[in-house]
Design a protein around this ligand. Structure first.
Ligand SMILES: [Zn+2]
Length: 235
C-alpha cells in the first residue's frame, strides 16, 4: 500500500562559482548525480504530476516511493547539467518558467545577478524530449500583493505565452516565493491549472489539495545522508 508521493524542489544544478546569487539553492552536478543514484538505489519510481494526479483522483495505490522532480525558475544551467542526466536515465521532470524572463531578462531585472535563464530554443528542445514545462508567472511577482488585474495577467497570461511558444497545454503552476492565499489559489484554478506547487514542506498524501501541493526542497547544504533520510522518512 503506497499512498504517498514526494515532490522535490530544485533550482539550479551547476557550480556556485558561476554566479553569486542563488548559491544556497544550487546543487552541484556531481551531487545531483549522486542523488539520482541514491533514489534509484532506494527504488524510487520517478513520474510526473499528471500520473500522480490520476492516481490520487482514482484512489489507487502509487508506485513505491513515487517521486516527482521539479525545478523552479528555469535557470540555463539546467540545460547543460540536468537535462543530459535526466535524458540518459529516462527520468521525467517539470521546469517552472517565468514566461517574461527567459534568456537574459532576469539578469536585467534582478541585477547584479549574472545568472541566465533558459532560452526558447533550449526550452523547445527539452519539451520535444519529454521535459514538462509549467508556469511560475510572468515576472515572478508576489501574487498576494497583486491587484486582481495583475494577478490574472501573471497567472493566466503566463500560461498562454508558454502554450503559444511550445504548442502544448500548460497545466501545472508554481507560486513565486511560495506566496499564496485563497484569492490567488482561486485564480490559479480558474485559469485551468490542474496542480500548483507551494514551498510548504511535506509529502503528498491522498487528501492533498492539488492547488496547494507540498514539496521537499533540495539545496546546496543537503548532504547525501540527509537526502537519504528525507527520501525514506515517514513524513
Ligand atoms: Zn521562483
Amino acid at each position: 500500500m503506497h499512498k504517498k508521493a514526494r515532490i522535490l524542489t530544485y533550482h539550479r544544478i551547476g557550480h556556485p562559482r558561476d554566479g553569486k546569487s542563488y548559491e544556497a539553492l544550487t546543487v552541484s552536478p556531481q551531487r545531483f548525480k549522486a542523488q539520482l543514484r541514491a533514489m534509484h538505489f532506494l527504488g524510487c519510481a520517478f513520474g510526473g504530476l499528471d500520473a500522480m494526479t490520476a492516481w490520487l483522483r482514482d484512489g489507487d495505490d502509487l508506485p513505491l516511493r513515487y517521486t516527482v522532480l521539479t525545478f523552479d525558475d528555469g535557470f540555463e544551467d539546467l540545460y547543460e547539467h540536468a537535462f543530459p542526466l535526466l535524458q540518459k536515465e529516462g527520468i521525467p521532470a517539470i521546469i517552472y518558467l517565468v514566461s517574461d524572463c527567459t534568456e537574459d531578462k532576469w539578469q536585467r531585472q534582478r541585477s547584479p545577478s549574472p545568472l541566465r535563464l533558459l532560452n526558447w530554443s533550449q526550452i523547445r528542445e527539452m519539451a520535444d524530449r519529454g521535459i514538462i514545462f509549467g508556469s511560475h508567472t510572468r515576472t515572478h511577482a508576489t501574487l498576494t500583493l497583486c491587484t486582481d488585474e495583475q494577478l490574472h495577467d501573471e497567472v493566466a497570461n503566463s500560461k498562454k505565452v508558454i502554450e503559444d511558444k511550445l504548442g502544448r497545454a500548460v497545466t501545472h503552476f508554481c507560486y513565486p516565493f511560495g506566496k499564496l492565499n485563497d484569492r490567488v489559489v482561486d485564480e490559479v484554478g480558474e485559469a485551468g491549472y490542474t496542480t500548483a506547487c507551494t514551498t510548504k514542506k511535506g509529502s503528498v498524501l491522498p487528501d492533498v489539495d492539488l492547488l496547494r501541493l507540498p514539496r521537499l526542497k533540495v539545496g546546496k547544504r543537503m548532504g547525501l545522508g540527509r537526502f537519504l533520510l528525507r527520501m525514506t522518512l515517514r513524513s
